[in-house]
Write a protein that binds this ligand. Structure first.
Ligand code: AMP
Ligand code: ZN
Length: 471
């Protein structure tokens, strides 16, 4: 498997630290509002990366934080005259609802910055002890950027160019910084702001330190994959590397993955321009599975343009897969229970496997979901061309399983059959038995079909009625 590593600007073979295990950290949203469709891109893309790694047999420990203390959260809390936690908890809940609707699985751990303050204080202290950080007169703690010799290795920025090129760096706290390039680890509270006590001042953490600390706490000093949108490369991820490597004395993340931006009508999303959609707004017009399909229809490193036309194309694409699966479900209704698969069908199932191989090759090539999905389409086309009323149950089930499995790796739900519990099945079987006793064979067949529609296949044996979950 090859992964494009922003650190080396190359596709590299993927070799995790511990065989069979992947430790992955995803920079999550700042929770001051509903997430927008741009924020949905990393959530969907890296959820798919996780699903694919799991399908290849890796155990994935997936950490995705919520930044729940930040200027924008505090501003909103002041506007609404509530505590900052009211705002952050509200939007964490809303974000989780959107994630579920996009079929983004919950992370193994979703840490919140405000719950990890003691560990942050510890890392900041260790940076001060190692002379990588210092305390200014007002109690602000700054990271001494030039003390980390490899600063700039991720973003390929040179410190002297940065110094010369970015005069704005001199603005905030310039008078008390040793160097304008130094950045904040801990800052004093302002009136009305949430704060925590520390040896330096009552205050709160800077943004970058939270990810270094949460990653260390839940995944260890060294991790396999660290991700986020492309805008996070500098300064956020550059600063995370500096903090983590200076504090731990070890390389931080082995592979850095960054998704490109989602734009609207070819323009950067911006509230002031009015070209800005929350996931919630989009959910009023489209099933969020369509948004997921749309996002995965491009490679994650390519910029992606959101438009109504492309969403319609995504709707059609997704429906093509769903319709194929529905047709396979429909055809099973006419199947003989216990019919034997034919030699020709066995051969066709072998032929169909080539699409799974191609799907995997595409995913192995830096998670190329665009190509991978095109092989699901090819599989669907192939399946549509070879099934008919005479197809056996086993054959239809094998084709469906293959389509559902590949779609599931992309987090796409394409089998619209309802789930059914054992008790419900047994109740329906009992009703069918009564119908048969009363010689109401139409009703008995109806129940058999109803169960078949839900993937349950009945077998009348000498010991009574048995059932199996077909697919
Ligand atoms: P934020 O809440 O701004 O920290 O963003 C959360 C995540 O969404 C980060 O990984 C950002 O890089 C990513 N992100 C923000 N805007 C976009 C966008 N328009 N397209 C793709 N990713 C984005
Ligand atoms: Zn982060």
């Amino acid at each position: 498997m090859k992964i494009y590593n922003t650190l080396t600007r190359k596709k590299e073979d993927f070799v995790p630290l511990n065989p069979g295990q992947v430790k992955m950290y995803v920079c999550g949203p700042t929770v001051y509002n509903f997430i927008h469709i741009g924020n949905a891109r990393p959530l969907i893309v890296f959820d798919t990366v996780r699903r694919y790694l799991e399908s290849r047999g890796y155990e994935v420990i997936y950490v995705c934080n919520f930044t729940d203390v930040d200027d924008k959260i505090i501003k909103k809390a002041v506007e609404e005259k509530v505590d900052a936690t009211v705002i952050s908890e509200r939007y964490i809940d809303e974000c989780k609802k959107d994630m579920a609707a996009m079929n983004v699985r919950p992370a193994t751990i979703h840490p919140k910055a405000t719950e990890e303050i003691p560990e942050m204080l510890e890392m900041i202290k260790s940076l001060i002890d190692k002379n990588h950080a210092y305390v200014a007169a007002d109690g602000t703690v700054y990271f001494r950027t030039r003390s980390f010799k490899e600063y700039g290795k991720l973003s390929r920025k040179n410190l002297d160019d940065l110094r010369a090129g970015n005069r704005s760096l001199q603005v905030t706290g310039a008078e008390q910084k040793d160097d304008p390039l130094d950045f904040v680890l801990w800052k004093p509270k302002k009136d009305g702001e949430p704060y925590w006590e520390s040896a330096w001042c009552n205050g709160r953490p800077g943004w970058h330190i939270e990810c270094s600390v949460m990653s260390k706490k839940y995944l260890g000093d060294e991790i396999d994959i660290h991700t986020g949108g492309i805008d996070l490369i500098f300064p956020h991820h550059e600063n995370e590397i500096a903090q983590s490597e200076a504090a731990n004395g070890k390389p931080f993340a082995r592979y850095w993955l960054h998704n490109a931006f989602l734009n609207i009508e070819s323009k950067k999303m911006s509230k002031s321009e009015g070209n800005f959609f929350t996931v919630r707004e989009i959910s009023e017009k489209y099933d969020l599975q369509i948004l997921r399909f749309f996002i995965l229809s491009a490679h994650y490193r390519s910029p992606l343009n959101f438009s109504a036309e492309l969403m319609e194309a995504a709707r059609n694409g997704l429906e093509r897969i769903i319709n194929c699966v529905a047709n396979l479900n429909h055809l099973t209704k006419g199947c003989q229970v216990g019919g034997t698969i034919t030699e020709n069908e066995k051969m066709q199932i072998e032929q169909a496997k080539v699409f799974t191989t191609k799907f995997e090759e595409a995913m192995d090539d830096d998670f190329n979901t665009a190509d991978a999905i095109s092989f699901i389409f090819e599989l669907v086309k192939f399946a549509n061309s070879i099934v008919n009323e005479d197809s056996t149950f086993e054959f239809l089930a094998a084709l469906k399983k293959q389509i559902v499995l590949l779609s599931d790796i992309c987090g796409l739900i394409v089998d619209k059959k309802e789930d059914i519990l054992d008790e419900e099945i047994e109740a329906l079987i009992a009703q069918r038995q009564s119908a048969r006793k009363e010689k109401n064979f139409d009703r008995a067949d109806e129940i058999r079909d109803e169960l078949l529609n839900k993937g349950i296949i009945l077998e009348d044996t000498r010991e009574g009625v048995k059932y199996k979950r077909g697919f």
